[in-house]
Write a protein that binds this ligand. Structure first.
Ligand code: IPM
Ligand code: MN
Length: 361
């Protein structure tokens, strides 16, 4: 099969982690007879530096034409503490999500037995925890009207949701919960005791639930859910939530895996899908060959699944599990015994190519 992939390296560690994914995709291509063609495009701080625009038109055009987008990370510290900045790298990411109508962001939370002793949480709480967050990605407070008065003393961000916006992602989440490998449970996380938008989410989800009688539905306030993710993560199977709650609880849930650097995501909608690790640009690590490439590599595996190359995706996931099980980890996971970004990428590639020397098998 031939696939056209728009690659957006972005900022900070984005380029170096994505480079590992490309290596692995190429190895998969050679092994299985696929041709992956890459079109490199700009977005984020680097795009502002080079074009003045965080998301140049050429990038969107490439994405719209391609089969999928592989994206690294976005953000630069020079914008973080400048509340007056008119253009920001993040605007590029938000605009691409909106332009490609990527309304559902899927974030699987996996735990690895080899890493459990490194987690700040008790092993028995983690053992078997495995859930998937469906985060709404093109609505809510991120995209509502933003205002600040002239004196810059009062500001507001509008949180708005419409019924169709909730329905389309809710259907995806219910269908996902029905998959044979899932446990047929959906938890809606909201703040329906306070927010009108959350009450609409509950109403719509309650209605839709009737179409999926085999899925057990649960409703949980976001403050409680934040605690439950830590004290009893095994209770979750598919978690459905709005944009900002999903952003927050997915970073929190990464603690279960052992590092934010391990978590991948896919963003799907009506057209081209986008695949990105959930971590940010981690500027302090940029260029040092210390960043964890696994979030990006597992995002590439999600892309292979999306291309219906399931055997290929499984091979990549097995390769990742193999490196973790053998202590080949980056410094975010083990501060003392660790390897560089490119070494981990190379090992995963070697596993894919079945080239590992027998003594480390
Ligand atoms: C994420 C990020 C983004 C978000 C930022 C960079 C705009 O934190 O993808 O989770 O808040 O959605
Ligand atoms: Mn985030």
């Amino acid at each position: 099969m031939e696939k056209n992939i728009t690659v957006i390296l972005g900022d900070g560690i984005g380029p170096e982690v994505t480079e590992q994914s490309i290596k692995i995709l190429n190895a998969i291509g050679d092994q299985f007879g696929h041709k992956f063609k890459y079109d490199y495009q700009l977005m984020g701080a680097i795009a502002i530096d080079e074009t003045g625009n965080p998301l140049p038109d050429a990038t969107i055009e490439s994405c719209l034409k391609s089969d999928a987008v592989l994206f690294g990370a976005i953000g630069h510290p020079k914008y973080d503490n400048d509340p007056n900045a008119k253009v920001r790298p993040e605007q590029g990411l938000l605009k691409i999500r909106k332009s490609l109508q990527l309304f559902a962001n899927i974030r699987p939370i996996t735990t690895y037995s080899a890493l459990q002793h490194l987690s700040p949480l008790k092993q028995e709480r983690l053992d078997g925890a495995d859930f998937v967050i469906f985060r709404e990605l093109t609505g809510g407070i991120y995209f509502g009207e933003k205002k600040i008065n002239e004196e810059k003393t009062v500001a507001s961000d509008l949180c708005e949701y419409s019924r169709p916006e909730i329905e389309r992602i809710a259907h995806l989440a219910f269908q996902y919960a029905q998959k044979p490998e899932r446990r047929k449970k959906l938890t809606l996380v909201d703040k329906a005791n306070v927010l009108e938008t959350s009450r609409l989410w509950r109403k719509v989800v309650q209605e839709i639930a009737a179409q999926y009688p085999d899925v057990k539905v649960d409703y949980m306030f976001v403050d409680n859910a934040s605690m439950q993710i830590i004290i009893n993560p095994k209770q979750f199977d598919v978690v459905l939530t709005e944009n900002m709650f999903g952003d927050i609880i997915s970073d929190e849930a990464s603690v279960l895996s052992g590092s934010l650097g391990l978590l991948p995501s896919s963003s799907v909608g009506t057209g081209t899908a986008l695949f990105e690790p959930i971590h940010g640009s981690y500027p302090q690590a940029a260029g040092k060959d210390i960043a964890n490439p696994i979030g990006s590599i597992l995002s590439a595996a999600m892309m292979l699944d999306y291309f219906e190359m399931n055997e290929e995706a499984t091979l990549v996931r097995n390769a990742v599990a193999w490196t973790l099980a053998h202590g080949f980890v980056t410094q975010d996971i083990d501060a003392e015994n660790n390897y560089g970004t490119s070494v981990i990428g190379e090992l995963i590639k070697d596993f894919v190519e079945q080239k590992l020397p027998a003594d480390i098998n």
